[in-house]
Design a protein around this ligand. Structure first.
Ligand code: BJW
Length: 237
């Protein structure tokens, strides 16, 4: 079945930790601006795998609670605002697929229908049993709906399936511009989206402090707070 041309996203942005770095949220793998990288401070196996959660739930809850506090203290930067402005101008032609669990895209004004959190969100917790979601601010140990399953952070750990992959892949196949902002390209399946975009004929652009994979048609180097507003200005015209 064909897609409705008026609502098919044409500009797909994949955002990573680098877009929030200038808001003061540490990236995972690269020290930015002298700040600490998350995985240099915490063991990935302990805090970002289902096995780590089974081993020490308290440690994992504490880690994500600290992340929530850091996120609440941060403000969106010019890159988040520029993407919100693009969605305001072009509506459903814009889709932002974020790997980030912070809420800076939404707080910059990007509508929920233009945004997919493929690795989940700090704002919610999810029942490991029945997948019921609750506000992360108020969660206890057990699910209030099924009264049985454990409530865990609503994030996608290694070995787990990222959220909304069919919708993401469909949008990337239909895109004519695919832009990756501030992501190292080390984590799949997000890192493979550029291949899908290329195979289906999209132009591909990377905005980063450094070149990553070399898979993009074009790399624009610089901080996201500069490169994203520049690109958005060209698109809005
Ligand atoms: C700036 C900047 C500034 C800084 N301006 N830029 C194929 C091959 C090999 C392995 C695999 C494979 N397929 C799957 C795997 C296994 C695994 C994987 O990829 N492992 C690799 C490490 C090798 N993947 C998975 O397990 C995934 N699940 C899966 O594949 O399921 C199977 C399946 C797939 C599809 C359909 C059905 C089933 C799940 C991955 C989950 C990742 N989870 C985390 C934690 C989330 C929760 C949390 O936040 O705690 O997600 S890990 C972490 O990495 C987090 C991030 O979203 C993710 C990506 O990191 P990101 O955003 O790229 O950050 P950094 O730090 O790496 O890079 C920052 C970049 O910003 C740098 O490039 C800087 O230069 C730049 N920068 N300042 C512009 N101011």
């Amino acid at each position: 079945m064909g897609h409705d041309m008026t609502t098919t996203p044409r500009f797909v942005f994949l955002t990573g930790a680098g877009i929030s770095a200038e808001s003061g949220i540490p990236t995972f793998r690269t020290p930015d601006g002298g700040g600490p990288a998350m995985w240099a401070e915490h063991s990935v196996d302990d805090v970002a795998t289902p096995a780590g959660y089974r081993r020490n739930r308290n440690l994992v809850h504490r880690f994500y609670q600290e992340r929530r506090e850091a996120c609440a203290a941060a403000e969106p930067n010019a890159a988040h605002y520029a993407l919100a402005a693009l969605a305001a101008a072009l509506g459903d032609k814009v889709l932002v697929v974020t790997q980030n669990v912070d809420d800076l895209h939404e707080r910059a004004g990007l509508p929920a229908r233009n945004l997919i959190h493929m690795h989940g969100a700090l704002a919610t917790a999810i029942c490991a049993g029945c997948r019921h979601r609750v506000d992360a601010g108020v969660y206890g140990d057990r699910c209030p709906r099924c009264r049985d399953g454990l409530l865990r952070p609503d994030v996608v750990w290694f070995g787990e399936r990222p959220y909304e992959m069919p919708r993401i892949e469909r949008a990337v196949r239909d895109a004519y511009l695919f832009v990756a902002v501030g992501t190292s390209g080390e984590v799949y399946p997000a890192a493979g989206l550029v291949d899908i975009a290329r195979v289906h004929g999209a132009s591909t652009v990377e905005l980063n402090l450094q070149q990553t994979s070399g898979l993009f048609d074009e790399t624009r180097l610089g901080p996201a707070s500069r490169t994203v507003p520049e690109l958005v200005k060209n698109l809005i015209g």
